[in-house]
Write a protein that binds this ligand. Structure first.
Ligand code: DC
Length: 228
């Protein structure tokens, strides 16, 4: 990463819409994109595949350090994720990979092993990245830091809709509880807990459309560039 490479970070809790918004901002600006959560998911998925215990820290660190991963952009902002030559784009989105990812993400050795790899995504003309610690730890010098939130209720409703669209059923109250529990875990963990960077701008997306959030971020970026 050169000091001049422009980076926009979008951090926030699960279900706040970070991924979709980051993809859209990157595509409008013609910049690179980093979905940092996928690296934690890949580490966890790889460990489960290789019968590595999620308690085995030295082995998990090795897996994180040696991930052979390629991100292949497809049309419509979709990214295919290839791990050691195999397309695992769908597998790493499973509930079990997500649950395991949240465990490996709390291990400082794993976070350290993934740090340089994440910074290497910063290339010209710029990078939009989303996660939990993009603005606080990985890219502290980012030109624009967004902290995207939405109420637990709204996030649960979005998740319910996603599940229904996939023909699955779920209970709204249970989803709200799950989201609140996950927020609590993310915010209270010892290593790189989820919190806004001191210079982050908070956007509550509860009452906003995706297009409105994207346009607000573009506006904030334009004003940063014009005064820097
Ligand atoms: O955003 P996601 O659901 O794909 O993230 C998967 C897990 O990784 C989730 O438990 C949070 C964690 N994570 C993290 O600790 N730091 C990041 N920068 C991104 C994700």
């Amino acid at each position: 990463m050169t000091l001049e490479t422009l980076v926009i970070t979008i951090d926030g809790p699960a279900g706040s819409g970070k991924g979709t918004i980051a993809q859209q901002v990157a595509s409008e600006l013609g910049w690179h994109i980093l979905d940092s959560g996928s690296l934690y998911r890949l580490t966890a998925y790889s460990a489960l595949k290789n019968a590595c215990s999620l308690e085995n820290i030295p082995e998990l660190e090795k897996i994180a350090r040696n991930l052979q991963v390629e991100f292949l952009p497809e049309s419509g902002g979709v990214m295919r994720i290839i791990l050691a030559g195999v397309d695992v784009s769908h597998e790493i989105r499973s509930e079990s990979a997500g649950e395991a990812a949240s465990k490996v993400a709390s291990i400082s050795e794993v976070r350290e092993a993934l740090l340089k790899r994440q910074r290497d995504f910063a290339r010209e003309p710029g990078l939009v990245c989303d996660g939990r610690d993009m603005g606080t730890v990985v890219f502290p010098d980012a030109i624009l830091k967004i902290y995207l939130t939405a109420s637990a209720e709204v996030r649960a409703q979005r998740r319910l809709k996603q599940l229904k669209d996939h023909g699955l059923n779920a209970n709204l109250a249970a989803l709200i509880k799950e989201i609140q529990d996950r927020d609590h875990r993310d915010k209270t963990r010892v290593h790189a807990p989820l919190h806004p960077a001191s210079d982050a701008i908070e956007i509550d997306s509860s009452e906003l459309t995706i297009a409105e959030v994207v346009s607000r971020i573009r506006g904030l970026y334009e004003s940063k560039v014009s005064i820097s």
